[in-house]
Design a protein around this ligand. Structure first.
Ligand code: ISL
Length: 561
């Protein structure tokens, strides 16, 4: 029998930006509890909560200093218990974010590990300077690795004349998963959360936990003479072993817990090997491949090129085919690290924002896998529209801006790339209503509220049967009702068409046909290249069906006769 999460739709909450209950301008857990009916109305089954643990908030909680407590900014353990109870009583589950590749540099483990004689020294990746180099001088870092957040991946510690590895910010030192004590500490922590009522985990950059030793230089591809090629650090030789051990020790498969691993650079074959039920590792993984289709030849996210629809279709199809028999897909266009999909892939102008947000949703939600809705995506929320670097908060954005400027980049070009791709696009406050702070806070929001909240907000969307929200509701309902949506075989149609995204889903003699116009102009449906629509019934559409042509950003789900 298929596991329960094959029928589930997940809603991601970025707590800092969801709802503020106490007027400090930062979202919190009581704020979430106050909005659970919004999630029930949408019909989602699972909430993935981005980190709420104690943290210095260098990376908004992805730098954890205490895995067993809630940060006071977000509330208390009692608030979390209330959230778990509130979700469970509405038939929803809670998935916690699990950030175990690194801790905060303020975690007591790391603080202890700064002492060379401490047993915790080996819990992190401390290394001497490159041979023949004076420690702490330029070029003396142990390897030439750049961090995911720009600049060297090594931080020099003058007290011990050694460096520690941080694949993300210097305040996020990487743990040494080779050390069994590290692994056992993590498994214990996970069991404690399960005992508290948590239903599973979203595992941050989990394919970085096993490193390939010895750590060696890679090919230089950064303007600063560093190597930014992640292939050096992903999918290390013990990854399967560690994931199997975690699964066993925490009882993930045994207790039917939800698990999704975020995996940088993972391909469909690797994903299948991790999500095949027989492997007893993970329920599903998050790929980045389809998020890179609008990156240029460097592969870097800031190197933006226009979307070429056939490339996106080919990639999504490759994953649909690759995980058709074994393994399972996660389906997403947005999360807290990605820009808003309606601004990125759709048309966020006044004329087509609603239709394009709906059509992106149709396209994603009829694929096979577990769909994820990121807060505000169900409203068709847009990018932030910031024009000044001072409006940004995200450390990835700010570090990139500083580094790129010092490498001689053109400021105007940088600002354009940042406006399109910065993670802050997803992090502006949730737009609940048309009041000045969008109903997010009574105080000063930590990040500017997007001005279009007077139009784009939950209250307006719920009141309007033609809204993006009600389209999401209908898509989620369709998945819950129809086995063919959950388990049907996928086939891509018209792979080379630059405007149409069409595919079928088949289960027994039941066939669904999805046709979606990903463009801001009408497009005729090429009847001769599609299955016959004679007697077909439209299960859900974005427009009144008037002809065989698709209007700009129109999509339809047909049940074929
Ligand atoms: O944001 C990114 C893509 O633009 C990545 O560089 C991102 O950092 C990477 O996807 C890993 O993300 C996860 O780990 C990071 C954290 O900052 C992200 O928010 C998290 O989703 C470090 O913990």
């Amino acid at each position: 029998m298929a596991p329960w999460w094959h029928s589930a739709v997940v809603y991601q909450i970025y707590p800092r930006s969801f709802a503020d209950s106490d007027g400090d301008g930062i979202g919190d857990i009581p704020g979430i509890v106050a909005h659970l009916d919004h999630l029930s109305a949408l019909g989602v089954d699972v909430v993935w909560l981005s980190p709420v643990y104690r943290s210095p908030m260098d990376d908004n909680g992805y730098d954890i200093s205490d895995y067993s407590d809630v940060d006071p900014l977000f509330g208390t353990l009692a608030d979390l218990d209330a959230l778990i109870a509130g979700l469970h009583s509405r038939g929803m589950k809670l998935v916690m974010d699990l950030v175990v590749n690194h801790t905060s540099d303020e975690h007591p483990w790391f603080v202890e590990s700064r002492d060379t004689s401490s047993p915790k020294r080996d819990w992190y990746l401390w290394r001497a300077a490159r041979e023949g180099h004076e420690p702490g001088t330029p070029g003396a870092a142990p390897t030439n690795w750049g961090s995911f957040f720009s600049g060297s991946g090594w931080q020099f510690d003058p007290a011990t004349s050694q460096y520690y590895l941080h694949l993300f910010s210097p305040k996020q030192p990487d743990l040494n998963w080779e050390n069994p004590a590290v692994r056992q500490a993590m498994y214990q922590m996970m069991r404690d959360w399960v005992d508290r009522g948590v239903d599973g985990f979203r595992m941050d950059v989990i394919n970085l936990i096993s490193k390939t030793y010895p750590l060696t230089d890679g090919p230089v591809n950064g303007p600063d003479g560093l190597c930014y090629d992640p292939s050096l650090v992903v999918e290390g030789p013990r990854l399967h072993e560690f994931l199997q051990e975690m699964n066993r020790e925490v009882g993930i498969s045994a207790n039917d817990l939800f698990s999704v691993g975020e995996m940088i650079l993972v391909n469909a074959d690797q994903a299948r090997s991790h999500t095949d039920a027989a492997a007893r590792e993970l329920g599903m993984v998050f790929t980045f491949e389809h998020m890179n289709v609008d990156s240029g030849p460097t592969g870097l996210k800031w190197d933006v090129i226009p979307l070429h629809l056939p490339a996106l279709k080919a990639n999504l199809a490759q994953w649909q085919y690759g995980l058709a028999e074994r393994g399972w897909n996660s389906l997403y266009f947005e999360n807290h690290d990605q820009p808003r999909s309606v601004s990125r892939f759709g048309d966020d102008g006044p004329e087509f924002r609603v239709a394009s947000a709906k059509t992106l949703a149709t396209t994603l939600h009829l694929l096979k896998g577990t769909p994820y809705v990121y807060q505000g995506q169900e409203l068709g929320m847009t990018n932030a529209g910031f024009t000044d670097i001072g409006q940004y908060n995200d450390l990835e954005t700010l570090r990139f801006y500083t580094e790129a400027l010092s490498d001689g980049a053109d400021p105007a070009e940088l600002m354009a790339a940042i406006a399109f791709k910065s993670r802050d696009n997803a992090r502006t406050p949730m737009q609940w209503d048309a009041t000045p702070k969008a109903g997010f806070t009574t105080g000063e929001p930590w990040l500017r509220v997007t001005p279009n909240h007077d139009q784009v907000n939950a209250a307006a969307a719920i009141a309007d049967p033609g809204s993006v929200f009600h389209h999401y509701r209908a898509l989620i309902d369709l998945r819950h009702r129809l086995e063919v949506v959950r388990q049907g075989r996928f086939a891509l149609l018209l792979p080379d068409d630059e405007h149409l995204f069409c595919y079928s889903r088949t289960l027994g003699d039941e066939v669904l046909l999805v046709v979606a116009n990903w463009s801001s102009a009408p497009v005729p449906l090429p009847a001769s290249d599609l299955p016959s629509l004679d007697g077909a019934q439209v299960l859900l559409g974005t427009h009144e069906v008037t002809s065989g042509d698709l209007a700009a950003w129109e999509s339809r789900i047909y049940k074929l006769a």
